[in-house]
Design a protein. Structure first.
Length: 564
């Protein structure tokens, strides 16, 4: 029986046993070289870019050789027929293991086991291996003889009995190890409960019960169970793989099981080794830019503590400027590092980058606006921490200026958080900027009828200001006549103050003193709506100033100059 020549190559390379010989390694190397080399002169040369497929001839889980095929006779079919021929020769006791011979017939070389044809080879097969046809035939002859001998030895009663004993011992050892692991981890769990329980309770007390003893104990027990299961799984995996590899009928399954774990690990290892130059580059870049950022931080820290002085650069701007410089340096480092990040050229990495950029661009417009507004406020410095300011209808003391928000403590001791974009786009009144140099002018208005002399009203208002603690004596208070209304004249008392933080208390004291002094001199403060003069002036007599539950100034801790 003759066999059809085959030229097409397939690509299923199953990992086989652990005993490859020098000839098989030589064939593998020559196959890889020949796959990119030119075709021989007497065979059709594959066109550039054509991928030559190979098929493996596998016997008892061992790869014997790799063959090619043609369109009409695929490589997989050719490999299957060669495998069947070798198995038939190995099962025939009348054929000695070393009875494989080489026979040359014109342009083909045949390998025979007695009168049984095993395979034939053409110049195209030899050219694929970059060997002569005769040398390739001799290598395959030697390898097939070894396979036939191993096939018969693995199925001999003595070897099967010996391997059966090995399998039984392996199973027994695996069961013993699992029982030992189970006993050991039970003892370990008991030891952890005894030895660590007190330490865990102390840790719970020190952490103000943020760490619960029950949760931490459960976590430790879970970790011990996971470690136990991992050891059991590893023991079962190694023992099953070893037992399957002892017998020729299951050796292929052992190779598949072995490769199921090792192939991914091998790919990971090869990938790590391939990325080592880029990883070294990234480490060097990280160290370089870390040192640079440390130098920049030291420089701005010197500006902040005064050891480094720059003309027209305030110390308060040191850390905001450092943050801007740090962001710029980090962005520059990321741009330099991006091409060297493992997987940065993959489509998945690019897709994630585009998605993150889209999310940032769509969802962070307000954040970016607040950041820009925050730095604008920091460098424009319309106010500082500790200033008393008014933003829209909110009056309070500035407690913190951040990149995104500004925090105020209101007059009612409330914390008000204002977005910096709101502060930047609003009218801000700073009561503290000119307070120490020129004083802050507090003012309030009263409406007094036309029948009261304006000189008397101004004198009373100035007297009320002089009685009010917290107001400055110099510059002196002054009165403005704001409006000549239909029913009353609007007077405004203006007095200087050096304490903007107690504005509310000073205003309240000023209003009390105005009420007292107008009552003392019998002048009525006009109501907003005027209909007619009342029969009697609407005044509070002095004997009613401290009607219950009000108390005398001595009991309230006030000065007695306000007494009637």
């Amino acid at each position: 029986m003759t066999q059809k020549p085959d030229y097409r190559l397939s690509g299923s390379n199953r990992r086989a046993g652990l005993r490859p010989v020098v000839a098989c390694l030589l064939l593998w190397f020559c196959t890889a070289v020949a796959a990119e080399g030119p075709a021989p002169s007497d065979g059709p040369a594959p066109s550039e870019g054509t991928r030559v497929e190979l098929a493996d001839v596998v016997v008892d889980g061992h790869v014997i050789m790799r063959v090619r095929g043609t369109v009409s006779f695929p490589a997989a079919r050719r490999a299957a027929e060669i495998e069947q021929n070798i198995l038939a020769a190995a099962k025939d006791p009348n054929i000695p293991a070393d009875a494989v011979t080489i026979k040359v017939e014109g342009e083909r070389t045949l390998l025979l086991a007695g009168d049984r044809l095993l395979l034939d080879m053409l110049d195209a097969d030899a050219a694929l291996e970059d060997l002569s046809r005769q040398l390739l035939a001799e290598i395959r002859e030697e390898r097939i003889e070894e396979v036939i001998a191993e096939y018969r030895l693995d199925r001999s009663p003595k070897v099967l009995l010996q391997h059966g004993a090995y399998a039984l011992g392996t199973v027994t050892a695996a069961v013993g190890l699992i029982v030992l692991f189970w006993w050991g981890f039970r003892r370990l769990a008991e030891l952890l409960d005894r030895r660590l329980q007190e330490q865990i309770k102390q840790l719970e007390a020190k952490s103000a019960r943020l760490i619960r003893a029950r949760n931490l104990t459960g976590l430790l027990r879970l970790l011990t169970k996971v470690a136990f299961l991992c050891l059991v799984a590893l023991t079962l995996y190694l023992s099953i793989n070893f037992v399957l590899g002892l017998f020729p009928w299951t050796r292929g399954a052992a190779g598949w099981l072995f490769g199921l774990i090792l192939n991914p690990l091998e790919e990971i290892g090869v990938g790590i080794v391939a990325t080592l130059p880029d990883l070294f580059w990234l480490v060097i870049l990280y160290l370089l830019f870390s040192y640079l950022l440390g130098m920049i931080r030291t420089f701005f820290q010197g500006i902040e503590n005064g050891s480094v002085k720059l003309h027209s650069f305030d110390r308060e701007l040191a850390w905001p400027t450092y943050r801007i410089v740090r962001v710029v340096v980090i962005l520059f480092a990321v741009v330099m590092a991006y091409p060297h990040i493992p997987g940065s050229d993959s489509q998945a990495f690019k897709g994630i980058s585009v998605l993150l950029g889209l999310i940032v661009s769509l969802g962070s417009s307000s954040i970016i606006g607040n950041i820009i507004a925050g730095y604008s406020l920091i460098y424009r410095r319309p106010f500082k921490v500790g200033n008393r300011i008014k933003v829209n209808d909110v009056v309070g003391e500035v407690t913190e200026i951040r990149v995104l928000t500004t925090r105020l403590r209101s007059l009612k001791n409330e914390e008000v958080v204002l977005p910096n974009s709101t502060v930047l786009n609003s009218e801000v009144i700073n009561y503290s900027t000119l307070m120490r140099d020129q004083g802050l002018i507090l003012h309030t208005t009263v409406g007094i009828g036309y029948e009261t002399p304006w000189r008397q009203v101004e004198a009373m208002l100035k007297e009320a200001a002089s009685r009010t603690g917290g107001l400055l004596k110099k510059p002196k208070p002054f009165v403005l006549q704001k409006e000549l209304g239909d029913f009353a004249v609007t007077y405004e008392i203006n007095a200087y103050c050096a304490d903007a933080h107690n504005m509310a208390q000073i205003y309240s004291a000023l209003h009390r003193n105005i009420l007292d002094i107008f009552n003392e001199y019998g002048v009525a403060i006009m109501t907003p709506s005027y209909i007619a003069d009342p029969p009697e002036p609407k005044l509070v007599s002095k004997d009613q100033w401290y009607a219950p539950p009000a108390s005398l100034p001595a009991e309230a801790g006030e000065t007695r100059r306000n007494l009637p």
